[in-house]
Structures are given as structure tokens and as C-alpha cells.
Design a protein around this ligand. Structure first.
Ligand code: SF4
Ligand code: SF4
Length: 196
């Protein structure tokens, strides 16, 4: 035998519970249909705002990839291995919290790290712990890969300079500025993006 649900009673009980709430909470739950006057005014205001931006557009984003945001030098972007500097200590592999680094043997049978960009979270623990500064860091963060397998590097790929494949190389660097009237605006720095 199925259970009969008295929806009317439940609805009544919910209403009573809301009625018993503190006044400020009651206000929160109160749903009112606005009268025609204010509703018309609000719609006209919305249309006027829309028209204002059609006549005088205000860009709130940058024209990527022709323009890019200027990143601070400490921004944690893609990096490469300086193979001749690395001493094969494996500390980077041990500390990596997302298991993105794996040690492989180079032709001289020395251990060197390779990276899976698909796992890397750019925490830079590996960069910080490396005792010999064997990672060359950049602020590049927008590299695209066609396939997941392309994110799994081998030694040859992990030693290549990411700056060579920087997707926004040559783009104008933009700086964020605060404008009293318009909020955040972007202004060109006059410098082209070199991929660093
Ligand atoms: S930046 Fe962090 S997540 Fe990426 S490889 Fe280094 S330790 Fe691992
Ligand atoms: S921590 Fe530095 S030296 Fe040690 S294996 Fe990693 S890159 Fe090489």
C-alpha cells in the first residue's frame, strides 16, 4: 500500500514555520509581485544601460591573444629542466604533491626528471627544493596541447625552452589599473610579450 502525502498540509506547515521565523528572516522569504509602475521603470533602466554600452562600448576584457596581462616576475608558469645542471637527486620527484614528476635515465644512465603537464598544479615545490636550481622558470601559463599524450614529456621535450612555443609571443602586455568611474581598466605597457 502506497503512502499518501498530504501536500496541502505540508505547505501549510512550511508557511507557519516561516511565519514563526524572526522578522529579518521573514523578509528574506517574502516573495512579492512588483506593481506595474516600478517594474516598467526598471525595464526601461535595463534597456537604457544596454543601449549605453552599444553606443559607447567599454571593454572589460583584453583582446587575447593580441594582448596579454602583464604577469609579475614571481608568477609560476611553465618551466624546463637544465639537464647539465641537474644532479639527479630525485628531490623534485619525491616532493611533487601531484605525482607529476618521474625520474628517467638519460643516455649516460644518469637519473633526470620528466614532467606530466596534465598533472602539474604549478605549486613550484620542485623548483624551490632543487638544490642546484636546475629548473628554468617562465611566466607562460597558456600553452595548449592537442592530445593528452603530448603533455607527457620526455627528456628532450622537458629541456626545450617553453618560450619558443609561447602562444602569446609578440602580444602587447597590458597592465590593470583602477579607474574611479569605470572600475578596472587595462592600459598597454608599451612592451611586447617575449614569453618570459
Ligand atoms: S610545480 Fe608542483 S605539481 Fe608541478 S611538477 Fe613541480 S612539484 Fe609537481
Ligand atoms: S631536484 Fe633538481 S637536481 Fe634534483 S633531480 Fe630534481 S631537477 Fe635534478
Amino acid at each position: 500500500m502506497g503512502v499518501e502525502v498530504d501536500f496541502e498540509k505540508i505547505s501549510e506547515e512550511i508557511s507557519t514555520s516561516i511565519e514563526n521565523l524572526a522578522p529579518e528572516k521573514k523578509r528574506f522569504y517574502k516573495v512579492t509581485t512588483p506593481s506595474l509602475g516600478p517594474s516598467v521603470v526598471r525595464n526601461i533602466e535595463a534597456i537604457t544601460t544596454g543601449l549605453k554600452y552599444v553606443i559607447k562600448p567599454m571593454r572589460i576584457t583584453i583582446d587575447y591573444p593580441r594582448q596579454v596581462l602583464e604577469q609579475p616576475p614571481w608568477y609560476r608558469g611553465m618551466f624546463r629542466l637544465l639537464e647539465n645542471v641537474c644532479i639527479g637527486c630525485s628531490l623534485c620527484d619525491i616532493i611533487c604533491p601531484s605525482d607529476a614528476i618521474r625520474m628517467v635515465l638519460n643516455p649516460e644512465k644518469k637519473k633526470r626528471p620528466v614532467i606530466n603537464w596534465g598533472r602539474c598544479i604549478f605549486c613550484y615545490y620542485c623548483v624551490d627544493i632543487c638544490p642546484v636550481e636546475a629548473f628554468d622558470t617562465t611566466t607562460i601559463h597558456d600553452m595548449a596541447f592537442d592530445k593528452y599524450e603530448d603533455m607527457l614529456t620526455n627528456l628532450e621535450e622537458f629541456t626545450k625552452d617553453p618560450r619558443e612555443k609561447d602562444p602569446s609571443k609578440g602580444a602587447m602586455r597590458m597592465r590593470i589599473k583602477f579607474d574611479e568611474k569605470r572600475g578596472f581598466v587595462y592600459e598597454p605597457t608599451g612592451k611586447k610579450n617575449g614569453g618570459g
